[in-house]
Design a binder for this molecule. Structure first.
Ligand code: ZN
Length: 340
């Protein structure tokens, strides 16, 4: 089947689970009650995707507060009690981040609960997202390793252990999110992609990397204004990604200034093309989705295109996110009729 659909990863959380319409949303309950709420929300996230016609579903990242810190919470060697302010993504945001103070080790499984709930309640292909090592290294303060690359590879080892466990749980696609790749292009080519490969080492399931220009929050939309008429950051990193064994590359294509001809730098890769804008509350029509798929198909063989959302939908209004899911499914169906 042409143009199977997926989502970048996250969906908004129900208001009974966490504060709505924001990143880093505080939980509404704790202990066993929170664990049950996360489980219920995970099942709901899957149901919404199935009903919209999403073929490769995720758990909607309902069980983590943030895509990076959801992982870090299960890592020993990090001091969460004494956070420090740090500029991240080249000072695009100031954030209070935890500090690495000792050798990094996993406390145990990170995402076992939600992966198993998701696997039990869907027969569709299941994708699971993890933060990439370079992005993690850009989102914590190092007070131990004294070397960003060394620390990133330490995280890559932990990610690899969790990724292998997720694969054993029945996950079909592991996607690493590396929004830092289009901020630190030279470092991404020098070591970021190697760290990513370390994180994916030995996996036999499908592997993917999601690079993007971020959630639809103000810091990101302001940053995008400074990037000029054409976003050519990928030109520097795609050649290195093309050589890596990572099978799929997810990038934003809807309302994006990424010149789509850059996709020709990724021969043989499956392209998860973002056809839904997460930085706008305007809900796409099926026709809008078809237009993006058609544009991408000029540079990528149709059989290598997966339709997805530009980025996570965590901070969006739920009704809008759900309407956008429906547009994604309807648009891919229409594209199969028109372009198949
Ligand atoms: Zn993203």
């Amino acid at each position: 089947m042409l143009f199977p659909t997926t989502i970048a990863g996250s969906l908004p959380k129900p208001e009974w689970l966490a504060e709505p319409n924001m990143l880093w949303a505080p939980w509404k309950s704790k202990g066993e009650e929170l664990a049950r709420a996360k489980r219920d929300a995970t099942m709901l996230a899957i149901k919404l995707q199935e009903d919209a016609g999403v073929d490769i579903v995720t758990e909607g990242e309902q069980a983590r507060q943030h895509f990076v810190h959801g992982f870090l919470e299960k890592v020993d060697g990090i001091d969460f009690a004494h956070k420090v302010e740090m500029g991240i993504r080249n000072d695009r945001y100031k954030a209070m981040v935890p500090q690495v103070t000792a050798p990094l080790t996993l406390k145990g499984r990170v995402h076992a609960d939600e992966a198993r709930v998701a696997r039990t309640h869907t027969t569709r292909k299941l994708k699971f997202t993890l933060p990439g090592p370079m992005t993690i290294a850009d989102t914590v303060a190092d007070k131990y390793y004294g070397d960003k690359v060394k620390m990133a590879f330490a995280f890559a080892e932990l990610l690899n252990a969790e990724a292998k466990a997720l694969q054993a749980d029945g996950v079909d696609v592991i996607q690493f999110d590396e929004p830092a790749f289009n901020v630190f292009m030279d470092e991404a080519s020098d070591w970021g992609i190697k760290a990513l490969e370390r994180a994916a080492e030995g996996l036999t399931c499908t592997t993917a990397v999601h690079i993007c220009y971020g959630y639809g929050i103000k810091a990101n939309t302001d940053w995008k204004e400074t990037l000029g008429a054409e976003w050519r950051q990928y030109e520097d990193i795609f050649p290195a990604i093309a050589k890596s064994p990572i099978q799929q590359v997810a990038i934003e294509c809807r309302n994006s200034k990424v010149p789509l001809d850059l996709l020709a730098l990724l021969p043989g890769k499956i392209i998860q093309a973002g056809v839904i804008d997460v930085a706008s509350d305007t809900v796409e029509t099926a026709e809008d989705v078809v237009k993006v798929i058609e544009a991408v198909s000029k540079f990528v063989p149709k059989s290598n295109i997966v339709a997805t959302t530009n980025c996570g939908m965590a901070p969006m209004r739920r009704d809008i996110a759900e309407a956008k899911l429906m547009a994604l499914g309807a648009g891919a169906r229409l594209a199969r009729q028109r372009l198949g």
